[in-house]
Ligand binder design. Structure first.
Ligand code: G3P
Length: 235
């Protein structure tokens, strides 16, 4: 399963890229507004930093406006995927942009019938918002399962991008269902790394290692930590 970061914050994106953890980024008007930076230069810098699909959301309500925005976004960088809401106008814009070979992420999906229409309009990604469904006591993951079943039944190429992810169990369930992508805030990505037994195990290894006299720990010629051995290894 691919992992995307759900943020417009470059510090978080750079950090996640340095872990080799992410394959793309999703943004939305709320996340972009938080950065208080000019829209296009920010999204261009995000594209240069992540090297994978970057979703950029339209803010017009009418199809013609969304298509115009989508054309402008797609000229900004090859990694841009245009985000359109799952409304009638959003479906119209998705169909038009897809016919112009511009990839569309249909967002704000809350039902399997909505997702069916997004796939029929030619969506590249569909984004079911699972956390916001959980918020109203509806089971967000049930929607992902239904979309997976329907898309499988009819061989739709639309990729399922699980969005509004709130915790690691959402990521685990998405992967077990076989979703194509999960997008998450940096805090959830960080939580995926953490495990108390990993920390305890590492401390125990290092404490035991300290029992070994220093002179016995490293080769004399290139004490590790000096980087010398890395050069030697590289040669
Ligand atoms: O980017 C779309 C989505 O992931 C937003 O999620 O956390 O605002 O419900 P959230």
């Amino acid at each position: 399963m691919k992992i995307f970061l759900d943020t417009a914050n470059l510090t978080e994106i750079r950090e996640a890229v340095s872990w080799g953890a992410i394959d793309g980024v999703t943004t939305n008007p709320s996340l972009v507004a938080k950065e208080q930076r000019e829209f296009f230069p920010l999204l261009e810098e995000i594209c240069e930093t992540v090297g994978g699909p970057v979703s950029m959301e339209t803010t017009c309500r009418d199809a013609a406006g969304m298509v115009e925005e989508g054309r402008a976004f797609s000229k900004l960088h090859k990694h841009i995927v245009v985000k359109c809401p799952l409304t009638k106008d959003g479906l119209k814009a998705t169909r038009q942009l897809t016919q112009e070979n511009i990839r569309v992420n249909v967002t704000l999906c809350f039902s399997a019938t909505q997702a069916l229409l997004a796939a029929k309009a030619g969506a590249f990604f569909v984004s079911p918002f699972i956390g916001r469904l959980d918020d109203i006591s509806a089971e967000g993951m049930a929607l992902v399962r239904d979309i997976k079943t329907i898309y499988g039944n009819y061989g739709f190429a639309t990729q399922i991008l699980v969005a509004s992810v709130r915790h690691p169990l959402h990521v685990l369930e998405a992967a077990k269902i076989g979703a194509d992508i999960a997008t998450m805030p940096f805090s959830v990505l960080e939580a995926l790394v953490k495990h108390p037994l990993t920390d305890i195990g590492l401390e125990r290894f290092l404490k035991d290692w300290e029992q070994l006299p220093p002179e016995a720990r490293h080769s004399q010629s290139a004490p590790l930590g000096s980087g010398a051995s890395l050069q030697r290894v590289k040669k």
